[in-house]
Write a protein that binds this ligand. Structure first.
Ligand code: AR6
Length: 179
């Protein structure tokens, strides 16, 4: 995936979209959409654990989990990325249970931890929008809004979309954002 980042989102030069597998990205940190056990799972979490290798699970076992909206950092082990920032997004329960605030906190916590470690290039998956069921258009808005807020601390913020369909929703969210 090196070199396949597909240009800017249109919000600003620093915010970029790419399509593909986040585990392939050569950035300072990738963000994992984990669960609160931090012991791995399916989706992007499973892909990250497989690509990082078994030392990741050895380390996350010692972390004692992570509440929704918070973040923890580990090395990337066998990944091209130096760090993995593990955050836990909310499970969608209809939208009236604080999900938007929780998702926003997951992004903010990840950005803050990244900044503290001197990360300059960071990539995010679409947190909570797979197994956790968060509607993608709303989640993409939150992701972009958080990136705009934190962009001054980073060189590049990549939104890594697993499919073209996901990328199309992000592009639409950017267009709405610009209006
Ligand atoms: N690279 C980039 N994006 C990916 C990849 C990948 N390799 N694989 C999947 N996605 P999900 P969640 C996209 O379900 O909704 C896990 O079991 C996927 O298409 O991975 O936050 C955890 O352990 C979707 O757009 O995360 C938790 O239990 C996005 O990543 C739970 O799932 C998020 O989908 C977390 O659910």
């Amino acid at each position: 995936m090196k070199g396949s980042v597909s240009g800017t989102t249109g919000v600003c030069e620093k915010l970029q979209l790419c399509t593909g597998d986040i585990t392939r990205l050569e950035v300072d940190a990738i963000v994992n959409a984990a669960n609160s056990s931090l012991l791995g799972g399916g989706g992007v979490d499973g892909a990250i654990h497989r690509a990082a290798g078994p030392k990741l699970l050895e380390l996350t076992r010692s972390l004692g989990g992570c509440p929704v909206g918070e973040a923890r950092i580990t090395p990337g082990f066998d990944l091209p990325a130096r760090w993995i920032i593990h955050t836990v997004g909310p499970v969608w329960r209809g939208g009236a249970h604080g999900e938007a605030n929780q998702l926003r906190r997951a992004y903010d916590s990840s950005f803050i931890l990244a900044r503290e470690r001197g990360v300059k290039r960071i990539a995010f998956p679409a947190i909570s929008t797979g197994a956790y069921g968060y509607p993608l258009p709303e989640a993409a808005h939150i992701a972009i809004d958080a990136g705009v807020k934190h962009r001054k601390d980073f060189e590049t913020i990549i939104y890594c979309c697993f499919s073209e369909a996901v990328a199309a929703v992000y592009r639409a969210a950017v267009e709405d954002y610009n209006q």
